[in-house]
Structure formats: C-alpha cells, structure tokens
Design a protein around this ligand. Sequence first.
Ligand SMILES: Cc1ncc(COP(=O)(O)O)c(C=O)c1O
Length: 390
Amino acid sequence: MLVVEQNANMALSIADRCRHRFPIFEQQLYINSCSQGALSDAVRSAYGQYLDDWDEKGAPWEYWVERQETARSACAGLVNASTDEVAVTTSLSAGVSALASGLRYARRSKVVLTDWEFPTIGQIWHAQESRGARVIHVPAAADGTIPLEHFERVVDEDTLIVSITHVCYRNGAMIDVPAVVQLAHDRGALVLLDAFQAVGSLPVDVKELGVDFLGAGVLKYLLGSAGLGFFYCRRELVERVWPTQTGWFADENIFAMDHTDYSPAPTAARFQSGTPPVPAIYAGIAGIELMQDIGIAETREHVLALNAHLLAGLDDLAATVVTPRAPERRGALLCVKSTDANELVAVLGREGIVTSERDGNLRISAHCYNTREDVDTVLAALQRHRELLA
Ligand SMILES: Cc1ncc(COP(=O)(O)O)c(C=O)c1O
C-alpha cells in the first residue's frame, strides 16, 4: 500500500473503516449491540461456508471438532486465558450451570450474587438451594453502583462463591472487579464473572482481573450469533470441580465412545456438554476475528468518545441517565429513564433507529460501527419525543 494511502486510512475513524461491512446501516441506524451485534458480511459468509462444507463433505466431524478447537482458542485469546482453561458452550448459562452442578455446598454453602445479575445467573444459583446452597443478594446503591461495603457485609468464611456481572444489562454500570476479587479471595471465596456485556466492547483479561471463572457469549459485541458461548476456569481449579451436568464433549477422550464411566477432561473442556453448535461456531470465529481486526481497545476508546457526546446531549435534554458518569464505571451501554420505555423503543424503531429497553430504561449501546452522526440522529429523535423521557 502507498504510504499516502496508508496515512489516509489511519486518519479514518474506526467506524469509517468498518461500517461498510454491516449492511443493516443501509436501512437502519443500529445502536443496540447490548442485545445483539449487527450482522457483518464475514458472519453471513461463514454461515454460507458451513452449508458448503456440509454439502461438499457430508459429515466432516473431525473438521468440525477442529473448528470447535479454533473457537476455543479464539475465545481463550480474547480474555488472555490458555486454551485448556476454556470450554466451548452453547450459551453462557450452559457453562455456569456446569460449574454450579460441580460445586459442593457443604463446608462453605453461601453463594453471594448481586442485584445486577442477568436472570439466568440468579436462576442457576437459586436452583442450587435444593443441593444445600444459601443464596444471598448484594443490593445496588441509589446512585446505580454497588459499593464494596455492600460485599464486605455479606462475604464471609461461609461464602463459597461470589457471582458478579462485569457490566449490568439493565443500567450499563461496570463493577470494580479487582476490588471484589481481592475481598472474596481474602475471605477464601471464589469469584465468577459474567462478562457477556463486556467482551468485545473493552479489553477483558482474566489474569489482570484475577477471577476464577468467567462466562460469556459471542452474539453481542463479539459480532457472532446466537448459539455460542464460552466458559473460563482458572487452571488450578479445573480438576477441583466435578460437573454433574455434562455430556460426551466433556469427556477426556470424546472419540473413545465409552459409556461405562464418567471421566471428565483434565482441562476446562469438562464444562462442555453434547454436540457442539457447529453453525454458530463458524459464525463466532468470523465475528471474533472481525472484532480483533477492528480492534477491541480502539473500540472502547471510540465508544467512550461517542458516549461523552451522547451524555452531553442527554444533559441538554435534561434526561435522567441511570448509568454512572465515571467512564471507568460504565461499559458501552448508556441507559436513560423513560416514562414508557416500550413506546420510546417503538417510536424510535418507526424512525429507523434500533434500540431496546429494560427496567423502564431506554438502552443505547454504540459499538465500533456507530458514528457521531448516529448519536446526533438519536439525540434529535429523543428531542422530538421528549415527553417519553422521565
Ligand atoms: C449479562 C448477561 N448475562 C447473560 C446473558 C444470557 O446468556 P445466555 O443466554 O447465553 O445464557 C445475557 C444475555 O442477554 C446477558 O446480557
């Protein structure tokens, strides 16, 4: 490439460089990546490739298992884990359920989780009450954060695990993960991080965060599709957890076809289950590779700048933003209080702006492909529908 051309490319914003890969922008203003990432040309063609391979090769299971391993190492690389510390799952829930099924709620029986958790996390832990778990909820404060003191009050020598979410799907707040990990570890408890609303939107490093387990999926900021998740387990803990929710892809040798015993893999593959989600694996690999190419750290900077602009505009509208203000206390998602959030999402939808709602809040979640003009368009629409902002 000519140096002049290269310099010109570098001057383009991240969105200018990647937006043409996402055809939805020809029709709509998509700013809803907290629900699902926009479909890219790469992911569409990965699905085509899956169908071609099926057509041309019949049942290429060895190749598909290889693809699963590729997805496994791609997911591991994303969070700075090694491949053998990661399981490929069909959802975040599947990985967390395998973990919950493999813990014993005896010597320590308390599970501490926050009021920010996605329903699946609460449901999985409450399901363990029939196995002896005692589940305690840590409440959020009025300012939309969860202060460390709230954890200090409940994490004790009976606590087995503290289950936290990195970025809350309801208000976009980001928890201080290392501080919670430090407290939990000091008191002998393990930590599970639900990183679904963080992966792909900002750098996530399990070693830096110090978490013991992490669950996520690829369909939001990782640009993959439904059907693929992953689960990380710190190496030293793998063989201390004995999942009883399991399947043949969790076996130490899946090709042994041995139905006479249960010998889980000595790696985090023990958190896997049955036949892997092959089509979603093709799509997930394509999405992750595209996101790595675009740049996750660069995306974080880009979205923080967009959200600073969005926040200033929301303040001009005197809107109530429920997401914490400090940049290090929020993810990509900004949430705005509405008098009728369903109606607000619907009117924006009629104007070609795709958003979502939870908990009475409008959710606006920019990603690598969104521009400052997108933010201006959203703000202009919110001004027209000011009566729907609380
Ligand atoms: C924070 C968070 N955790 C978990 C989930 C659900 O994950 P899964 O359906 O893959 O189990 C979601 C989905 O929206 C989420 O936002």
